[in-house]
Design a protein around this ligand. Structure first.
Ligand code: SF4
Length: 308
């Protein structure tokens, strides 16, 4: 871990692994999801944006994948001086569909010579053996990840967000991915109603026990078209303040295994569709506040971690 950072930042890891600036290109492959197409439900998770899935909230599925990659490369080169890229299948469930279709999509994404990695976001109930075999096949040549939407390991919270599966499915999926040595990045929601710090720490403990390789923290936020917005407008949804979020994430980091990479400290919501909390529009301030609090408390990722 970079001692200046106090947490195990993913971008530092990529820099030392590849010796250059590596950035993810977010892709929308026009996928679906069993919690949207009627297999489990047609309503989706409570927080899900119906047009962008759990991804960037700006559907781009009409744009060919190769074009999305070219545009992504150009933008990231200009903005950050990026040199190499990870193709990130972000929107909806990107392991859900016929294997031939999935293979064609993944192959198209990695065909660009500047792509050094493949990162595939999905739900824990969409990682059948066949698709894991397929993804495992990319490991030799590419930095390969599955981004698993864990969100929480608390059963009541999974029911509240209408995820459509329980914590047992999450644990099974994480173990199956681990058995194949595919790297796993867990997406976790901070600030779910009804969850206290103790509950969130139990999820953190569970993530460590499962041998997860990286984590993305997301603040629970409300978008215009999500069903969560109905609860919010009815005054039925307490959301964390920025200060509460910062304090909570620092505590979660302290309890997280030091080896786990931090891919994201806070989620990004498209300002056009964000209903609340307004402070999420200033992501860089939130990151700055988390880093500042770590410094003020002279604490760091893993300080309170215990392996059993
Ligand atoms: S799993 Fe993802 S895409 Fe599917 S409904 Fe839930 S948030 Fe939306």
């Amino acid at each position: 871990m970079n001692s200046q950072r106090r947490y195990n930042r993913f971008s530092d890891h990529l820099r030392s692994k590849f010796g250059c600036r590596v950035y993810k290109i977010s892709l929308d492959a026009g996928m679906s999801c069993p919690n949207r197409d009627g297999t489990i439900s047609k309503d989706g998770c409570l927080f899900c944006d119906p047009e962008g899935g759990s991804g960037r909230q700006t559907a781009r599925s009409q744009i060919p994948l190769t074009q999305q990659i070219q545009e992504g490369k150009l933008g990231l080169k200009r903005r950050y001086g990026a040199e190499k890229f990870i193709a990130y299948f972000q929107s909806y469930s990107n392991t859900y569909g016929p294997l031939e279709k999935l293979q064609a999509l993944y192959d198209e994404a990695v065909s660009d010579p500047d792509i050094v990695g493949l990162s595939i976001a999905t739900r824990p109930d969409c990682v059948a053996e066949g698709v894991l075999d397929l993804i495992q096949g990319y490991q030799d040549k590419y930095d390969t990840w599955i981004e698993l939407g864990i969100q929480t390991l608390r059963e009541e919270s999974l029911t509240f967000i209408e995820r459509g599966h329980g914590a047992d499915i999450i644990r099974t999926a994480a173990k199956q991915i681990k058995q194949r040595d595919i790297q796993t990045c867990a997406h976790l929601i901070v600030g779910l109603p009804g969850e206290n710090l103790e509950d969130m720490l139990l999820t953190i403990q569970g993530v460590c026990d499962l041998g997860i390789d990286a984590v993305k923290f997301h603040m629970l936020y409300v978008t215009e078209r999500s069903r969560l917005s109905e609860k919010y407008r009815a005054g039925d949804l307490p959301l964390l303040t920025k200060e509460q979020y910062v304090i909570t994430v620092v505590r979660l980091l302290e309890n997280l295994a030091p080896s786990i990479l931090i891919q994201r400290l806070v989620s990004e919501a498209h300002p056009k569709i964000l209903v609340a909390p307004a402070w999420l529009k200033h992501k860089s301030e939130v990151i700055r506040d988390i880093e500042q609090r770590l410094k003020e408390l002279n604490t760091y990722q893993g300080r309170l971690f215990h392996s059993y």
